[in-house]
Design a protein around this ligand. Structure first.
Ligand SMILES: C[S@@+](CC[C@H](N)C(=O)[O-])C[C@H]1O[C@@H](n2cnc3c(N)ncnc32)[C@H](O)[C@@H]1O
Length: 216
C-alpha cells in the first residue's frame, strides 16, 4: 500500500499547468469525493470510461480504496500521463489503456464510472454508451455518471462555455456535442435498477449532476 495522500497528488504531475489543473480540480470539484463516497465499501473492479489523466484512481487510492481499476481514454497523451503518474505514486492494480468508447467497451463485470465525458457524444452515441455500460455492471453493482444536464439554468450556459474553452485551449481533443437531459437518464437507465440524480457542482459554476444507478 502506498502512503499517497490527496494533498500530494498534484506534485506527481509533470509541468506547472498540469499540477495546477490537478490541484484546482481536487480542491474545487466534488466529483472525486462523490466517487469515493459511493465506492468506499466496494470490492468489485472499476471500469473508468474516459479516465483522463487518472485522477479518480489516484484519489481512490489516496483514500485507501483498493479494488482493481481499469481506465480507458481515447487520448493517448492522457493515458501515458495516467500511467506515469500512477507509477510515480506507487499505486497498484490500476491499469490504463487507449480505447475509444465509441468503438465498444472492454469486457468487464463490476462497477463502472463515466465522469464528464458524455458531452462529447451525440444523443444516439450517448444512449448506446449508456446501454453498453449497463451490461458491464454486475448485479448489485453501480454505474456512476457525472454529467452536465441540459436545462434552462444559467449553470447550463456556463457548462457549455467551459467545455468550449477546454477545446479552444486544446486540453480536450473535442468540442462538446450534446448534453443529456435528466429525462434521458430516467428513460434509458431506470429499467435496469434504482436510479438517483442529484446536483453535484460544489464550488464550481457548472450544471453538473451525479447519476447513480444501482443495478438489480
Ligand atoms: C473532462 S475529461 C474527464 C476526465 C476524467 N473522467 C475525470 O473526470 O477526471 C473527459 C475525458 O473523456 C475522454 N474522451 C472523450 N471522448 C472519448 C471517447 N470517445 N472514448 C474515450 N475517452 C473519451 C477525453 O479524452 C477526456 O480525457
Amino acid at each position: 500500500m502506498t502512503d499517497l495522500s490527496v494533498s500530494n497528488i498534484p506534485a506527481l504531475f509533470p509541468g506547472r499547468w498540469s499540477r495546477h489543473y490537478a490541484a484546482s480540480k481536487l480542491r474545487t470539484d466534488p466529483l472525486y469525493t462523490a466517487l469515493a463516497r459511493d465506492l468506499r465499501d466496494a470490492r468489485l473492479p472499476l471500469l473508468d470510461i474516459g479516465c483522463g489523466v487518472g485522477l479518480s484512481a489516484l484519489f481512490l487510492r489516496a483514500h485507501g480504496i483498493a479494488f482493481p481499476i481499469h481506465g480507458i481514454d481515447y487520448d493517448e497523451r492522457k493515458i501515458l500521463s495516467a500511467r506515469s503518474v500512477a507509477d510515480a505514486a506507487g499505486i497498484s492494480d490500476a491499469t490504463f489503456a487507449r480505447h475509444d468508447a465509441r468503438g465498444g467497451l472492454p469486457e468487464h463485470q463490476g462497477n463502472v464510472c463515466i465522469l464528464d465525458i458524455l458531452q462529447f457524444f451525440d444523443a444516439g452515441e450517448q444512449e448506446s454508451l449508456l446501454r453498453l455500460a449497463v451490461t458491464r455492471v454486475a448485479p448489485g453493482g453501480l454505474l456512476l455518471i457525472r454529467s452536465g444536464i441540459r436545462d434552462d439554468s444559467w449553470r447550463f450556459k456556463i457548462t457549455v462555455a467551459g467545455d468550449l474553452l477546454a477545446k479552444a485551449s486544446r486540453w480536450m481533443k473535442a468540442a462538446p456535442t450534446h448534453y443529456p437531459a435528466a429525462a434521458d437518464f430516467q428513460r434509458i437507465l431506470s429499467p435496469f435498477g434504482e436510479l438517483e440524480i442529484s446536483p453535484l457542482w460544489g464550488k464550481t459554476p457548472f450544471n453538473n449532476h451525479w447519476i447513480a444507478l444501482r443495478r438489480r
